[in-house]
Design a protein around this ligand. Structure first.
Ligand code: FAD
Length: 394
């Protein structure tokens, strides 16, 4: 069995950021990472791919190009954890042991939780920006739309980037106007949550935008089934449990999401299935040599790459301290940000931390739509991601 001082599970935003920072710190060179994918994606770009601004190819780089040099890369899937004996099991039956484990395996998209969805995606007007495979069809639908019912859903589970389900709706609405079909189109936001956004300051701004653009927003409506050939979507009322059928000509679906099954089934999971860590130190509640960050953790923050940008330095600081037996001083305050794309050339940059505390970076009111924040989202942040964050520099 191979042994590594630090073993990282997952080579997405969190796993690569952490690996790079550890290698940059030069405090150990025995770092291994388990990741089955050959491509690494900057998922935030998919909103603008669905909106026709970028090609989906712009969002990916070969995993080999972002893997920090010196890291042992296992091109495998982890199938199980044995934290009591400091081991993980790989899908080919091998086991790896570790001194310190970092779990960064992202979130699971539960397409199959919506009856009829897996087989209808990419056909009959059913699209989703939530995967590389499905995102091009969103723009196909938007640009060729000739009018009718356009639905945009938000599920009843935690999701990554809680702003994404409505960002694509604003781009769609603007596309319909540009193409002269808006007057014969009904745009509906069908949201299982109780409000359009959790943070009051940005919620108020978004409610004004929805109303000024003639969008109908309905809350506590959870998509449960799609009959694509009939162009019917079935929603459950979250309060009464009653179901309601709605016709659509196009529907953008944000799938229900949960912790990956192999985490849910392990002793690292808490009752909700996520890896159970301290919300400030990112150290596991029961296994002190295990740490977690990003979408698969139970951190009560918004699941975004921006949150990972702040979590990664905290986690690395704490594992390096843990390694030498020093006190852990890294402290994560729940920071997350969401560039709410409200149109082509317009973004509200929401930034907030634990308990909804607003934590803005710029000396102006960030609840206003701005071109400068759109430029940051479309051109600045991707550069910062590939050249800064993934190299352990931000
Ligand atoms: P991921 O980056 O998803 O990486 C998880 C990795 O774990 C993957 O590489 C996967 O292959 C690997 N893995 C899974 N299972 C296993 C296994 N069994 N063994 C080994 N490896 C495994 N964030 C923002 O900050 N701003 C935005 O504007 C924004 N917009 C978004 C728009 C969309 C449409 C989407 C889909 C996401 C958006 N996000 C945004 C969210 C952001 O992409 C995620 O929060 C971020 O990627 C989380 O990082 P992660 O490392 O936890 O997960």
């Amino acid at each position: 069995m191979s042994h590594h001082e630090i073993l990282i599970v997952g080579g997405g935003t969190a796993g690569i950021s952490v690996a790079s920072r550890i290698m940059e710190s030069s405090s150990t060179s025995d770092v291994a990472l388990v990741e089955p994918a050959e491509m690494h994606y900057y998922q935030p770009l998919w909103t603008l791919v669905g909106g026709g601004v970028f090609d989906r190819e712009d969002s990916g780089r070969p995993m080999a190009d972002v893997m920090p040099s010196g890291v042992d890369w296992y091109r495998n899937r982890v199938s199980g954890f044995e934290p009591a004996s400091n081991q993980v099991e790989l899908d080919d039956g091998r086991k790896l042991s570790y001194d310190i484990l970092v779990v960064a395996a992202g979130i699971q998209l539960d397409w199959n939780k919506i009856e009829g969805l897996p087989e209808s995606l990419g056909t009959n007007g059913v699209c989703s920006n939530y995967s590389y495979d499905t995102v091009p069809y969103t723009w196909e639908l938007l640009k060729n739309f000739t009018g009718g019912e356009a639905l945009f859903t938000f599920p009843s589970t935690p999701i990554k980037c809680a702003g994404a389900p409505q960002k694509i709706m604003y781009l769609a609405e603007e596309t319909f106007r540009r193409n002269g079909v808006r007057s014969r189109t009904h745009v509906n936001y069908m949201c299982a949550a109780g409000a359009i956004f959790g943070i009051p300051k940005y919620r108020a701004a978004l409610e004004r935008i929805v109303s000024s653009r003639g969008i109908d927003a309905e809350f506590k409506k959870d998509l449960v089934a799609i009959r694509a050939s009939e162009k019917v979507a079935v929603f459950k009322d979250m309060d009464t449990g009653a179901t309601e059928e709605r016709n659509f000509d196009m529907i953008h679906v944000t799938p229900p999401q949960s912790a990956p099954d192999f985490i849910k089934q392990s002793s690292l999971a808490g009752t909700t299935g996520w890896v159970e860590v301290d919300k400030h130190t990112l150290q596991h509640e029961r296994f002190p040599n295990v740490f977690s960050l990003g979408d698969c953790s139970n951190l009560p923050c918004s699941k975004t790459g921006a949150a990972v940008r702040k979590q990664a330095p905290v986690l690395v600081e704490n594992i390096l301290a843990y390694r030498t037996g020093s006190a852990m001083s890294g402290h994560y305050d729940g920071y997350a940000s969401c560039p709410l794309v409200t149109g082509y050339g317009r973004v509200i940059l929401a930034e907030f931390g634990y308990e909804g505390k607003v934590m803005e970076t710029f000396p102006f009111d960030q609840a206003q739509e701005r071109y400068s924040m759109y430029a940051l989202k479309a051109y600045g942040l991707p550069q910062m991601y590939w050249h800064g964050m993934l190299r352990g520099r931000l």
